[in-house]
Design a protein around this ligand. Sequence first.
Ligand SMILES: Cc1cc2nc3c(=O)[nH]c(=O)nc-3n(C[C@H](O)[C@H](O)[C@H](O)COP(=O)(O)OP(=O)(O)OC[C@H]3O[C@@H](n4cnc5c(N)ncnc54)[C@H](O)[C@@H]3O)c2cc1C
Ligand SMILES: *[C@@H]1O[C@H](CO)[C@@H](O)[C@H](O)[C@H]1NC(C)=O
Ligand SMILES: *[C@@H]1O[C@H](CO)[C@@H](O)[C@H](O)[C@H]1NC(C)=O
Ligand SMILES: *[C@@H]1O[C@H](CO)[C@@H](O)[C@H](O)[C@H]1NC(C)=O
Ligand SMILES: *[C@@H]1O[C@H](CO)[C@@H](O)[C@H](O)[C@H]1NC(C)=O
Ligand SMILES: *[C@@H]1O[C@H](CO)[C@@H](O)[C@H](O)[C@H]1NC(C)=O
Ligand SMILES: *[C@@H]1O[C@H](CO)[C@@H](O)[C@H](O)[C@H]1NC(C)=O
Ligand SMILES: *[C@@H]1O[C@H](CO)[C@@H](O)[C@H](O)[C@H]1NC(C)=O
Ligand SMILES: *[C@@H]1O[C@H](CO)[C@@H](O)[C@H](O)[C@H]1NC(C)=O
Ligand SMILES: *[C@@H]1O[C@H](CO)[C@@H](O)[C@H](O)[C@H]1NC(C)=O
Ligand SMILES: *[C@@H]1O[C@H](CO)[C@@H](O)[C@H](O)[C@H]1NC(C)=O
Ligand SMILES: *[C@@H]1O[C@H](CO)[C@@H](O)[C@H](O)[C@H]1NC(C)=O
Ligand SMILES: *[C@@H]1O[C@H](CO)[C@@H](O)[C@H](O)[C@H]1NC(C)=O
Length: 498
Amino acid sequence: MRPAIALALLMVFIVSFCSAQNATELKEQLAMEGIMALFQDDAEYTAASQPYNLRYIVEPLAIAYPTTAEQISSVVVAGVIQKLHVVARSGGHSYIANGLGGTNGSLVVDLSQMKNITVDAVTGNAIIGPGNRLGDVALTLNNAGRGLPHGRCTYVGIGGHSGFGGWGFASRMWGMTLDNVLSATVVLANGSIVTASEHSNEALYWAIRGSSASFGIVASIEFRTHAVPPTATAFEFTWQMDAPTASAAFIEFQSWALSGDIPPEFGGEIGFLKGQAYGQVEFAFLGNYFGPADSFNSTITPFFSKLPAPVTANVTQGTWIEALTAIAAGNMNTTTQPDSNDTFYAKSLMAPQAVPLTNASMTALVTYLAEVGFNSSDFWHVEVELYGGNQSAINQVKFNDTAFAHRDTLFTFQPYASSPNLLPPYPDSGFGFVDGMISTLTLNMPSDWEWGAYPNYIDDRLQDWQRRYYGSHYDRLRVLKSSVDPLDTFHFPTSIEK
Ligand SMILES: Cc1cc2nc3c(=O)[nH]c(=O)nc-3n(C[C@H](O)[C@H](O)[C@H](O)COP(=O)(O)OP(=O)(O)OC[C@H]3O[C@@H](n4cnc5c(N)ncnc54)[C@H](O)[C@@H]3O)c2cc1C
Ligand SMILES: *[C@@H]1O[C@H](CO)[C@@H](O)[C@H](O)[C@H]1NC(C)=O
Ligand SMILES: *[C@@H]1O[C@H](CO)[C@@H](O)[C@H](O)[C@H]1NC(C)=O
Ligand SMILES: *[C@@H]1O[C@H](CO)[C@@H](O)[C@H](O)[C@H]1NC(C)=O
Ligand SMILES: *[C@@H]1O[C@H](CO)[C@@H](O)[C@H](O)[C@H]1NC(C)=O
Ligand SMILES: *[C@@H]1O[C@H](CO)[C@@H](O)[C@H](O)[C@H]1NC(C)=O
Ligand SMILES: *[C@@H]1O[C@H](CO)[C@@H](O)[C@H](O)[C@H]1NC(C)=O
Ligand SMILES: *[C@@H]1O[C@H](CO)[C@@H](O)[C@H](O)[C@H]1NC(C)=O
Ligand SMILES: *[C@@H]1O[C@H](CO)[C@@H](O)[C@H](O)[C@H]1NC(C)=O
Ligand SMILES: *[C@@H]1O[C@H](CO)[C@@H](O)[C@H](O)[C@H]1NC(C)=O
Ligand SMILES: *[C@@H]1O[C@H](CO)[C@@H](O)[C@H](O)[C@H]1NC(C)=O
Ligand SMILES: *[C@@H]1O[C@H](CO)[C@@H](O)[C@H](O)[C@H]1NC(C)=O
Ligand SMILES: *[C@@H]1O[C@H](CO)[C@@H](O)[C@H](O)[C@H]1NC(C)=O
């Protein structure tokens, strides 16, 4: 009898403990503090909880819209009282809807009301609100003659981008976006608002540059910016190639990358898309060059001269912002057009510069794309982004300086396949198809090849994600997680474990 009663009491305790999530109390608490929030019974809730990747359906308990760090703190505290998982959303472009919590029932801290940008006229340092999108950041900084390295997809948010990496065509010159973070205001799980910098909360400063979302909500970021170069080039060339020609082009691209000939002002990638016939691929070469306009040709010649004549050639020369605009995906000013969406699966492979790809691995990937890829009705592409070459700023940062764990990368691969009409449902075959884009490489490399993965191309199907994303930094991240977020408030499917 008595053990049974004890058990029943324990059950009641556990149930009440676990069901302490009370939306009514949360709503009252946020309303009392004057913080706008949407709950599941609000008309705007459905639109506000749409992910970028429509493969996910995620229903947060609530979405709050704070306007200051103090309000973020109030939201976090209210979430902790209700024992909720709390996550930040900046641009909402997480591949696996982590900005909505990744699973149902989280409290989302939407940062879209925090879009201020100020540029210090003397130092050029910029304080950027975490609700900004990359296109608007580029336009606003450019008005002050300044720039940052970041991706070309203008609707991506600065919050996620700078928290996990931030690669763009200026990265070989100026590093990843996160390499330019000088300090940040961060709201911790206990609601305290702290500064993270080289001089203050150094461990947190380390962690928010590579794995921010597990440790706090970044309420404002101070960046080192750079004087924009006087001239810049945007380029995009495409070819139809049979598999042997495309394999040879890929091999040449790696030789060029390893040659030491590519100046840091050059940023680019090659890409593979579906070809016009079985056994073919479309091959693309695109990027920006930030050196003098008349040296663009000689810069790319060592690689370009090895290729057949392109089918399309598109070169735009002008100012920094003109070159960024020419190669941008999406409107630079993101307030004048709504965001888009997609239904897709993507993953990544970061290939170390120390162990270059074998000819067999490059040929196997291209052959797979020209054959299996041609047969697929998915809308797919594979990007091979140039991170390395011995003059790249990305690889000059010391491994231990930031939580970003990839300072010897030659290429980052991004294999990506959308459903045929970009809408749900996502075909089951898409997963194996994309997995094959990685395994054709790895199966043709030594079995102890230490490849990594890029946490901004986040993949919840990656088995050993801790090691691939964070390498030997993972243990240090866990120690910090246990100390600053002991209740695992900032939890999502790929958050750092305690
Ligand atoms: C179309 C497209 C193109 C892309 N191109 C590139 C590219 O060229 N280069 C590149 O490097 N990446 C690129 N990415 C990947 C992109 O960098 C990541 O998806 C990025 O994490 C998105 O950031 P977000 O703020 O828009 O997303 P969100 O979904 O809002 O956030 C992503 C993650 O960061 C967390 N987070 C957001 N804001 C904060 C904050 N203030 N404090 C703490 N945690 C926060 C979220 O909780 C979530 O875990 C691209 C993505 C897409 C969809
Ligand atoms: C939520 O809290 C309110 C106010 O404290 C209370 O009236 C209500 O019963 C609670 N609901 C649940 C499901 O616990
Ligand atoms: C969230 O709940 C909805 C139904 O209410 C369900 O369709 C969806 O799969 C759930 N999402 C996750 C990530 O579990
Ligand atoms: C927003 O930025 C403008 C200038 O860009 C500045 O004058 C203003 O003080 C800023 N506001 C806040 C709340 O930081
Ligand atoms: C975007 O366009 C709007 C409307 O024209 C304008 O008010 C805003 O300043 C622009 N934003 C940027 C970053 O240039
Ligand atoms: C890069 O490699 C090239 C060729 O090996 C060499 O000439 C050059 O000095 C190297 N540059 C740097 C910065 O290491
Ligand atoms: C570079 O210049 C050479 C000689 O004028 C020309 O043949 C070649 O097409 C140019 N390459 C590009 C990419 O413009
Ligand atoms: C290619 O040309 C089109 C049309 O002129 C232009 O809009 C686009 O920005 C160009 N792209 C590049 C990379 O120069
Ligand atoms: C996806 O984006 C398109 C516009 O590109 C829009 O019409 C549609 O409503 C969006 N879908 C969702 C579910 O947000
Ligand atoms: C790889 O292919 C290139 C180009 O065909 C060739 O020059 C090189 O010798 C090959 N490397 C090996 C190790 O076979
Ligand atoms: C592609 O489809 C064709 C026609 O159905 C078939 O003969 C061929 O074997 C397929 N190729 C692959 C790699 O599946
Ligand atoms: C990074 O720090 C760890 C732990 O302090 C140390 O063991 C390791 O040697 C360092 N790595 C480098 C490349 O400095
Ligand atoms: C909040 O957490 C931080 C990090 O663990 C700690 O340093 C600080 O003392 C805590 N503040 C309060 C008020 O408990």
